[in-house]
Design a protein around this ligand. Structure first.
Ligand code: FE2
Ligand code: FE2
Length: 135
């Protein structure tokens, strides 16, 4: 069973964003999978790096849409993205140097962050962007 299950309640009602969120959920599951099957450091590091890269792509899309349409809570939203990006890059760099381990707690942290961010912070922009015709 997947560690992280997509739920309909995660939908922000904007298909292009839902699709990216689903992909992020799938990538967090890949990370769990790689950890629980004892994949080597190279594989694990690559899975983490792919997740970080895709997260950046996703954050950029959201930020572009929010900015384009003058979303009033853009700055606070971007700050949450920046904090997570910084934490993830820091973890990845430490992992590569052998200064940090990737554990179930790492997966849980990413899963919980994503679930909370989608259902709270991302859902807040949904009606605003929908009203601007984003779908
Ligand atoms: Fe998002
Ligand atoms: Fe977001």
């Amino acid at each position: 069973m997947a560690h992280f299950e997509w739920k309909d309640q995660y939908s922000v009602g904007i298909p292009v964003i839902d699709e990216q969120h689903k992909k992020l959920v799938a990538m967090v599951n890949e990370l769990y999978e790689a950890m629980s099957t004892g994949k080597g450091k190279d594989v694990l590091g690559k899975v983490l790096n792919d997740l970080i890269q895709y997260t950046k792509v996703h954050f950029q899309l959201e930020e572009r849409l929010m900015q384009q349409h003058g979303y009033p809570e853009f700055a606070a939203h971007k700050a949450e993205h920046d904090t997570l990006t910084h934490q993830a890059l820091d973890l990845s760099a430490k992992y590569v140097k052998g200064q940090a381990a990737l554990t179930i707690q790492t997966g849980n942290f990413l899963r919980d962050w994503l679930a909370k961010h989608i259902q709270g912070t991302d859902k807040k922009y949904a009606p605003f962007l929908q009203a601007k015709g984003v779908h």
